[in-house]
Design a binder for this molecule. Structure first.
Ligand SMILES: *Cc1c(COP(=O)(O)O)cnc(C)c1O
Length: 425
């Protein structure tokens, strides 16, 4: 890939490590993208890939979805940034509320990290307490209070607490084991100063890890008993697992919810919402400060409105189709790996899956870390060489989108087979 190599060498001179987000780097260098459409992404050397990275789950409806492009194009004619309120923000808030009954009021932000940062500040403002409990391996963005034993790129790069982060901050973040509600109970018992519990209801940043039966119900019970706000970080699962996210899927009402990724189907937008009495603490009426120049900008808002409307329109077909594709694919993949006698686990749900090279079920940070990541890296390279782009790390997830066809998936399975054969050796 001569063009990508050359571009990477140029990029390294002006961009740290040549990338604007660490997960984008992989050895020896990442491909540079020229364009994308539907289920595909093309690099600067003219190679086409079937895209399963899908903007880390953002592109649930595929690249350049026509309904969304139309809405955004219309808005472009009317302006890109006003920094005044618009009626479209009311419309979007109502669409979010209708899909997420636990959300009574919502504030729009730009990124998932901003949403979780605000959620945590709100929890602290509401309880007047200090400590936050998070689960090992959950990723909630790249800010200090949650960048402790986090998943995604920080797990991939072996960073437990980032250099430059303050001990004074990270010591107020207590880490407990995912899928272990007793650990949560014990930690709460030992700490009277807990302001909030934040969790990915489905852990999608250590590979894919599903909540055990009753784990989320237990979290809801324990936090309610102790008057601690429960924050569901649905930046990945919101709109992806169901139009009402994981909370709808599992029938649980958190106090605060964060949304991002699929909310704008490829446009920069995220949100934090929840109970009225918590959300009303935000400035200017309340004393919890939060602000952003680009929050609720009309371009991103038009993308999110059209995206949710489209999802609501096709939801009866979309979610069952993606699940059917996923079940069929992961079962076939399981058969291939079993026939090849490769120790493996496949975790999957709705439109997400991940394979791990280990003989132990992957249920938390430790068991995910114990899988053979070298084998995963080898598999990744062969997939890529054969036109399949998945996120370049064991600690990410493979995402299907509405744009993938059965033909794409058949082709993908063939390439996975080739890749698994060489992983075996
Ligand atoms: C990606 C992600 C975030 C951070 O979102 P950004 O938009 O990258 O800041 C937060 N929480 C979860 C669960 C995520 O997967």
């Amino acid at each position: 890939m001569p063009n990508s190599r050359k571009l990477f060498n140029n990029a390294k001179k002006v961009i740290p490590s040549g990338v604007n987000s660490p997960v984008r780097y992989f050895e020896p260098y990442p491909f540079f993208t020229k364009k994308s459409n539907g289920a595909y992404i093309w690099d600067e050397d003219g190679n086409r890939y079937i895209d399963y990275c899908n903007g880390y789950g953002a592109l649930l409806l595929g690249h350049r979805r026509k309904e969304i492009l139309k809405a955004v194009t219309n808005q472009l004619k009317k302006g890109t940034l006003y920094c005044t309120p618009t009626s479209a923000e009311i419309e979007l808030s109502n669409l979010i509320r209708a899909n997420f009954p636990s959300i009574k009021k919502v504030r729009l932000v730009n990124t998932g990290g901003e949403a979780t940062m605000t959620a945590i500040r709100l929890a602290r403002g509401f309880t007047k307490k200090k400590k936050i409990i998070k689960f090992e391996g959950c990723y909630h963005g790249a800010h200090d209070s949650v960048l402790v034993k986090a998943g995604s790129g920080s797990a991939h790069n072996g960073i437990s607490v980032s250099d430059g982060g303050l001990d004074e901050v990270s010591k107020n973040t207590l880490v407990v084991q995912y899928n272990n509600s007793e650990d949560l109970e014990n930690t709460i018992r030992k700490n009277i100063d807990v302001a909030g519990v934040i969790v990915e209801p489905i852990l999608a940043n250590m590979g894919l890890i599903l909540p055990k039966k009753n784990f989320l119900q237990d979290l809801r019970k324990i936090t309610t008993q102790n008057d601690i706000p429960l924050i569901f970080d649905e930046v990945v699962t919101g709109f992806r697992v169901s139009p009402g996210g994981a909370q709808k899927h599992f029938g649980i009402k958190p106090d605060i919810t964060t949304l991002g990724k699929a909310l704008g189907n490829g446009f920069t937008i995220a949100a934090v919402g929840g109970k009225k009495e918590i959300m009303d603490l935000l400035s200017p009426a309340g004393k919890v400060y939060q602000a952003s120049t680009f929050a609720g900008n009309p371009i991103s808002v038009s993308a999110a409105i059209s995206s949710i409307k489209e999802l609501n329109k096709i939801k009866n077909k979309l979610y069952s189709k993606l699940e059917r594709y996923n079940v069929r694919f992961t079962h076939a993949l399981d058969d291939i790996a079993t026939d090849l006698k490769i120790s493996h686990q496949i975790n999957f749900t709705s439109s997400m899956f991940q394979i791990f090279f280990t003989n132990k079920p992957v249920i938390n940070y430790k068991t995910s870390k114990n899988a053979n990541a070298k084998k995963f890296q080898k598999m990744f390279k062969i997939l890529l060489k054969n036109g399949i782009f998945i996120a370049p790390s064991q600690f990410e997830v493979v995402f299907l989108s509405d744009a993938h066809t059965q033909t794409d998936l058949n082709r993908t399975l063939d390439v996975y087979q080739t890749a698994l054969k060489s992983v075996k050796n």
